[in-house]
Design a protein around this ligand. Sequence first.
Ligand code: AMP
Ligand code: GLY
Length: 455
Amino acid sequence: MSGICATVVAAKGRFRLYFSDYYEQYMAYYHTLFVVGGGGREHALAWHLRRCYPHARLYCAPGNPGIARGATCLPIPPHDLTALADAAAALAADLTIVGPEAPLVAGLADLFKARGLPVLGPGAAAAALEGSKAFAKALMERHGIPTARYGVFDGAGAALAYIEQAPGPLVVKADGLAAGKGVVVCDEPDQARAAARAMLAGAFGQAGRRIVIEERLEGDEVSVFALVDGEAAALLPAAQDHKRLGDGDCGPNTGGMGAAAPYPLSEALRRRILREIIEPVARAMCAEGHPYRGVLFAGLMLTRDGPKVLEFNCRLGDPEAQVILPLLRIGLPDAVDALHAGRLGPHDLATPEGAAVGVVLAARGYPGAPEVGVMVEGLEAAAREALVFHSGTAERDGRVVTAGGRVVTVVGCDATPRAARERAYRAVASVAFAGMQYRRDIGARLLAAPVAGRA
Ligand code: AMP
Ligand code: GLY
């Protein structure tokens, strides 16, 4: 193992990360890198880029106090597409990586492309895979990609009739972006009826004027990520998210309370996911005139009948990014270049050495209205043991205070999932703030899981 990244990591000596010597040959090219977003995922991106390109100038908009320690933050909101493009042009950024979905769905990558600015993220037509669940379902149907049976409705009458005749439990989804809140997993038809009525009546604004009702799938859930460049795709390590607020998957859905990676997929299942889901989507987007370039995130259910798509997202997950990026042996910009040049195989990045477990520390009130302005103690102590990625923080008089629902993600990296998990929770024990809530079982299911698809 050689290369600057490896040297930096070794010099820190606190925990081993798993970089190869791939870096040095490419590093010089990336003088200036720009990250769009300001949450935990973007802190992990900024950290990853700083690690892999220690000499690059690194910018982030809008960033957060954690990101500001390793990058220059620009006060541009993610919805100001023109200002973001102006900034990338003024900085002469060699690559802009877009963290959140909203600017992609709104056409940020199209604008960058039109202005000749290098960007990692799909254009609006391809980001519709996340921006419209009805679009994603229809695409899957047209191209034979396995997913739950479904119907699309914009009126209550037909929706209620569909619920009436459905043979089993259902899931009701707002068609458009609803910040992760537009999905109701139902046990009873009554719940499905209530959810359908509420969404169509405007509970999620425009996002729910059209709804998807689909069969509820059973199985283990896994977040699969692929770098996609036209028809070429390379899997990143898979991860397991923990969406519910409470231990044992109880309580309300959240944006994600923690994640663990790599999720243990057998080689056969990994190949099947690539063959049946990722590659067909990449080909379909090309065939339909919207080639995809960026990270494709497939939320899958591993059912008895094989992997099926729950949803697509057009970006890295949060908190999945915080556990995947520390495991990568190559900088994302180099990985994309290598994929484009045909030098990166579809499985080259999928099975890293080591493991990472990330625990989200959330504010009182989350996932409802979080308590903000509360002093956060112990982050430096935690950072001696693990990685600490800021999500919803602000700085007041030089001190870190809560400023959002998910406050920080504490990520333990180690040789095994068990050691990574222990490391993460040791670090969590150093952090304290009034009302802090977190799950005690992040990574536990992954530890207990057999390798999926071995049989
Ligand atoms: P989404 O916002 O689309 O990721 O959905 C939120 C969560 O709802 C997913 O992570 C799953 O846990 C669950 N979900 C979505 N669709 C289904 C389905 N068809 N069957 C079972 N669970 C689902
Ligand atoms: N953690 C799930 C997501 O980012 O959508």
